[in-house]
Design a protein around this ligand. Structure first.
Ligand SMILES: [Zn+2]
Length: 286
């Protein structure tokens, strides 16, 4: 790869990160700042409070814009090649007594992973690399795993846990900020860090368990665990864009034929929202 090409590649990645993760994070952070400003500063410094609130709203709008532009990159796969898949998805959903979600494809190739978007009207989003690398049966397995997330209401529960995480981190942070004695400030500072790591670990623990639960849905209706295990092998071997951090970093160190031990295990507790490939396979074995 030439210098110009790598530069372009890097810029593309930064762009993707900016649009998704960073804006998401910034919007979240600004909302918390506004909340803090609202609680602690309203009485003393209304101007500061108003500025913080205005920036939070601005970040929220930019964030919404980023999400909307992402939606523009989604398309419905054509019925010629995906008619069977849509029919199969409908029949599984009928068995599970849930409304069949629309199956969409993301053309940006930004998401190596596939996902469920939304809480009240969830959509299954597949990525183009998955469509080119996998066969129809394997794509159906992946859709059924995503349907598992819908049945178990993963998005709703994850959002609730994120809210709990943010509120507790915010409270500890606000205590650290407002306390006037230095030793007390240090204690609350440490509490902020512990709360952030602890609640994040709790969230990831839930998410990893939900992945294992959703894997059992992937084997419906005939309990074809072997077919799904083959799909998992193939999926974990798919090339992942490096900026898909949550998946890529995890896949990098879960590729080897080992369970996570030692520092990697601690890292996984705090930062990984997916189990390793081998934990997933073990979970499916009778
Ligand atoms: Zn999943």
């Amino acid at each position: 790869m030439s210098f110009a090409e790598s530069k372009k590649e890097i810029l593309l990645r930064i762009d993707a990160l900016k649009k998704e993760d960073n804006l998401d994070f910034a919007a979240h952070f600004m909302t918390l700042c506004a909340l803090y400003a609202g609680i602690t500063l309203l009485a003393h410094a209304p101007k500061v409070s108003a500025l913080a609130t205005a920036s939070a709203i601005a970040f929220g709008l930019i964030h919404d814009y980023a999400i909307t532009s992402r939606k523009k990159n989604l398309y419905t796969p054509d019925s010629d090649s995906f008619g069977d898949l849509v029919r199969d998805v409908h029949s599984v959903c009928q068995d599970l007594s849930i409304a069949p979600p629309p199956v969409l494809v993301d053309r940006t190739k930004r998401y190596a992973n596939q996902t469920v978007d939304g809480i009240s009207n969830p959509e299954v989003i597949l990525s183009e690399p998955i469509l080119t690398d996998m066969g129809p049966k394997q794509i159906f397995f992946i859709c059924k795993h995503e349907i598992g997330h819908i049945v178990t209401q993963k998005n709703l529960k994850t959002s609730a846990l994120m809210f709990l995480r943010d509120c507790s981190v915010f409270t500890a942070c606000a205590l650290a900020w407002t306390s006037t004695h230095l030793p007390e400030k240090k204690i609350y500072g440490a509490l902020t860090l512990l709360t952030a790591l602890g609640t994040q670990a709790l969230l990831n623990h839930y998410e990893r368990n939900n992945e294992l639960r959703s894997d059992t849905f992937a084997c419906l209706p005939d309990g074809d665990t072997e077919g799904y295990i083959d799909t998992l092998h193939k999926f974990y071997d798919c090339p992942m864009p490096r900026f898909d951090r949550s998946v890529a970093s995890l896949v990098d160190y879960t590729k080897g034929n080992k369970y996570l031990v030692g520092p990697k295990r601690v890292w996984a507790w705090i930062f990984s929202d997916h189990p390793t490939k081998y934990e997933r396979i073990k979970n499916l074995e009778p």
